[in-house]
Design a protein around this ligand. Sequence first.
Ligand SMILES: N[C@@H](CCC[C@H](N)C(=O)O)C(=O)O
Length: 275
Amino acid sequence: MIAFTKMQGAGNDFVVIDERGVPSGLQPAQLAWIANRRLGVGCDQVILLQHDGETDAFVRFLNGDGTESGACGNGSRCIASLLADETGRDAVSMRTQAGILAAQRLGPGRARVDLGAPRLDWQSVPLAEAQDTLHVALDGMDAACCSMGNPHATLFIDDADAIDIATVGPLLEWHGMFPHGANIGFAQVLSASALRLRVWERGAGLTLACGSGACAALVNAHRRGLVGRRATIEMPGGVLEVEWDAAGSVQLCGPTATVFTGTIPRAALPHASLS
Ligand SMILES: N[C@@H](CCC[C@H](N)C(=O)O)C(=O)O
C-alpha cells in the first residue's frame, strides 16, 4: 500500500507521499497516474518527502504530467504546515531542488514560506536567447519573465477572467522561448496592492492557484511599476499575500489544509514497464 495525505493551499492541491522511512519506488508514470483526476487520486502535484540530514525534509514536486519542478510555493506552504504539526515547531525548513527554504506556521491552516530572491536574468528563467526579461515578445504578447526556482511568464491584461486560458496557456507553456517550458500567469492590476491572477501551470494546466506564480506576478508587476512591494493576489481558489521584502526575498503567505489521508493498493498502479 502507498500511504498518502491529500493537502491543498488556496485550491492548489497535492498528494503528499512520505518516503522518509521507506522509498516508495514509484516510477514517473505511476506518479502521473496518482495525479490523474480520473484514474488516480487527483492533484496538481505529487509531493515526495525524503530524508534530509540538514533540514526537516527534502521535498520534491512532481507535476501531473510526470515532470519535476524545482519549486512549488503552495506545496511548500502545505509541507510547512505538515512539518510544523509533526515537529511541534512553528519554524521549519526544507530542502528543495531550488535551495533550502525557511517556512513558518502562522496558526492552524496558515503558513508562510520564504521563496528566496527571484532570478531576473534571461539565463536563469531560462529563455532561449538573450532578452530583457521585463519585456519578452511572445506571439505578439508582452510578457515579463522571472524564475522563482521554476520558470514564470506574467502577462498583464485588463480582465483576467476574459482570457481563454485553455487555448492560450498550452501554446505559451512550451513556446520556443522557453527551453524548459514555463508557468503562464494572466494578471490584472486591481490596485497598487492587489492583483487578480489565473495561472496555466507547466505540467499541470489550469489550476485554482499557483504560489510561485503569485510571487512571479508580484515581482514582475513591481518591476513594471504597477504595484508596490507587497500585494494580495486573488486567485480562483483563494487569496495569497506576497511581499518582495527589503532583503530581496519573496515571502508567500496563505491558507493550507489537510483534506484527507488514504492508501493506494500497489496492485492498482499501472505496471511501471507498461506505462
Ligand atoms: N503549484 C505550484 C507550482 C508547481 C510547479 C509548476 N507547475 C512548475 O512546473 O514549475 C506553486 O504553488 O508554486
